[in-house]
Design a protein around this ligand. Structure first.
Ligand SMILES: [Cu+2]
Length: 134
């Protein structure tokens, strides 16, 4: 009888511990983007701050495209060139006709982050979106 209650207590600790870990573990999010010449669909996404994000990008255009996450508070100056590279938080590139899945850690700071395609003239033609980190 005594052994049984010890075992039950141990089980309770395991279950509670598991619940606590699940509650405190890294959040995850999955988002998708279709890129074409020259637009993101959708052009707005939401992820939890600090989450592990799975991003699937399908390029249905005829050219290579990028999904560039710009650091909070930084503005890209058109055209996107070398002086904008240090404003990049994270970026993905996908060749035409391909679908690729990436993972990255969302910024810890909440806010609306700018998404652009950094290839010459693509931002000018409308390849811009917003990632809301909340
Ligand atoms: Cu592009």
């Amino acid at each position: 009888m005594k052994h049984r209650s010890i075992r039950l207590a141990a089980l309770a600790v395991l279950v509670l511990g598991g619940l606590l870990l699940a509650g405190c573990g890294p959040k995850t999010a999955s988002i998708t983007a279709e890129v074409t010449d020259f637009k993101f669909t959708p052009d707005a996404w939401e992820v939890p701050a600090g989450s592990e994000v799975t991003l699937t990008v399908t390029n249905n255009g005829t050219q290579e495209h990028e999904w560039v996450l710009v650091k909070l508070g930084d503005e890209i100056t058109i055209p996107f060139d070398d002086d904008d590279e240090d404003k990049v938080f994270w970026e993905a590139e996908v060749q035409p006709g391909e679908t690729q899945t990436f993972t990255f850690t969302a910024p810890a700071e909440k806010g609306d982050y700018t998404i652009v395609c950094g290839l010459p003239s693509h931002l000018e033609q409308g390849m811009e979106g917003t990632l809301r980190v909340k």
